[in-house]
Design a protein around this ligand. Structure first.
Ligand SMILES: [Zn+2]
Length: 338
């Protein structure tokens, strides 16, 4: 079997071919005619060595209880409850929207990353939804069982929730779960919490995404963008891989409870394009953090995905991928990320 290892030379060759194809595409009615590189077929990739950049949309399914449920209802707005009844359960609008996100990705020939709270499997409609969705090949990893913080929850409870969620993902969705998004995100990631890192590794999780840092001026989009070169994957000494949140979450951009403000979706699209530009210019991993409920509220047609994927396709050495792909590439070249 031919190896699809990208090198600078193959990227350059592909760039030339695809640039020509893109040029031809401007005369077609369908837009860009170049087809995207299939991330899952790329065996090794390090943007610093190979050029280009890697872009992933990572969707967190969180509706934490305790006064903070993030389930958007088109007639009721955000649903807040002090009870834990809602947990990570979905409504029909959000299930439909997740299917639309999947369709947007499939139209572009790429895959999405999802992080599920284990308790989403408690509701039969949600279980059926995720089982069907998983068959479409999008990556499903863990977001704890109850969206509890990795750094504030007793370690034994972290272990219990990770085990339970991993078991559900693996038995119900038939996907191996070795990835975890840390609920909420933490400024210092899991630095100084070797106990948590070890518990995560012992639970069979090999990579986490927990670092969320914001600039001193949260209203300045450019300040968020300029931090992205520092928000790159690294290994903790325990051997656990961290893939930091890159830039804004859609929630910190749009939702007032996270310091954002209601803004036109065109500003979100413009912001995302700036993120891609810096990732491309500096050869970075761009691990974006998004939430179906927030996306649904602000962009019910998921136009941002369509536009961002089209933007990525203008440059064939941009790989649109899952966090799992990033982990796979990085773990083959560990020394470069120590
Ligand atoms: Zn979350």
């Amino acid at each position: 079997m031919a190896e699809t290892q990208p090198t600078r030379r193959t990227f350059l060759r592909n760039s030339t071919l695809a640039a020509a194809a893109a040029l031809l595409g401007t005369f077609s009615t369908t837009g860009y005619s170049s087809s995207p590189r299939k991330a899952e077929g790329v065996r090794r990739y390090n943007p610093k060595k190979d050029g280009g950049c890697a872009v992933s949309f990572g969707y967190d399914m969180d509706m934490p209880c305790g006064g903070n449920t993030y389930l958007y209802d088109r007639s009721l707005g955000w649903l807040y409850t002090d009870e834990c009844a809602a947990h990570g359960h979905l409504n029909q609008d959000v299930r439909d929207y997740i299917n639309l996100l999947g369709a947007r990705a499939e139209d572009a020939g790429v895959k999405l990353q999802f992080f599920l709270e284990g308790n989403t499997f408690e509701k039969p409609e949600d279980m059926a939804h995720w089982k069907a969705f998983a068959k479409r090949g999008h990556a499903m990893d863990s977001h704890m069982y109850y969206h509890d913080s990795l750094i504030r929850t007793p370690v034994e409870e972290v272990t219990r929730q990770l085990g339970k969620t991993k078991h559900l993902i693996e038995t119900e969705l038939q996907q191996k779960n070795i990835g975890l998004r840390g609920p909420g995100g933490y400024r210092n990631a899991l630095r100084g919490r070797e106990d948590v890192q070890r518990a995560v590794l012992e639970a069979g999780i090999e990579w986490v995404s927990t670092q969320f840092q914001y600039p001193s001026n949260r209203d300045d989009d450019r300040a968020w963008v300029e931090r992205i070169p520092e928000q790159q994957p690294f290994y903790y000494e325990t051997g656990l891989l961290e893939i930091p949140f890159a830039g804004h979450q859609d929630r910190s951009f749009f939702d007032v409870d996270m310091g954002g403000s209601p803004r036109p979706v065109d500003e979100w699209i413009a912001y995302l394009k700036q993120c891609i530009d810096i990732a491309y210019e500096k050869n970075l991993f761009l691990a974006l953090t998004v939430h179906p409920s927030t996306s649904f509220k602000h962009d019910p047609q998921a136009r941002y995905l369509k536009e961002v994927f089209a933007y990525c396709r203008q440059r064939p050495d941009i790989l649109v991928c899952t966090y799992r792909d990033m982990y796979r590439w990085i773990s083959q070249d560990k020394a470069a990320y120590a």
